[in-house]
Design a protein around this ligand. Structure first.
Ligand SMILES: [Zn+2]
Length: 125
């Protein structure tokens, strides 16, 4: 499993809008995009070729954001790409950039939970 996919699964597992649905080998985590709240489903037991759910770095990596779980969220592909295009060139100190990052941090804190133990997620390295 790719590192991006592992991070995505951990981001969903620590977001209380995501619930476990289905049985092996077709389990899914279903929850909401951190931006637009569109419903998203992630396959737990296999890779997906064209996933609609992506891992969002709240503070972008280009601006020093890390892979710490608190900095990760689940976003649909459209929202994630749009945010990058609009905000990455602006960067910290730009009012829109700072406002969006703060809003996402607050939403992530609101949704935070410890990951359920029954998911058997791949190890975070
Ligand atoms: Zn979205």
């Amino acid at each position: 499993m790719s590192r991006a996919r592992t991070l995505l699964l951990w981001a969903a597992a620590t977001d209380r809008t995501f619930a476990l649905v289905g049985q092996r080998p077709d389990r899914r985590l279903e929850g909401k995009c951190i931006f637009c709240r569109r419903r998203l489903a992630l396959a737990l037991d296999r890779d997906e070729r064209h996933p609609t759910a992506t891992v969002e770095h709240i503070l972008p990596r280009a601006h020093g954001g890390t892979d710490a779980l608190e900095n990760l969220a689940v976003a649909c592909r459209r929202c994630n790409g749009g945010k990058g295009k609009r905000l990455d060139p602006a960067g910290p100190g730009h009012p829109t950039f700072d406002r969006v990052v703060e809003r996402l941090r607050a939403e992530r804190r609101k949704r935070w939970r410890e990951p359920p133990e029954n998911l058997d997620l791949p190890a975070l390295r």
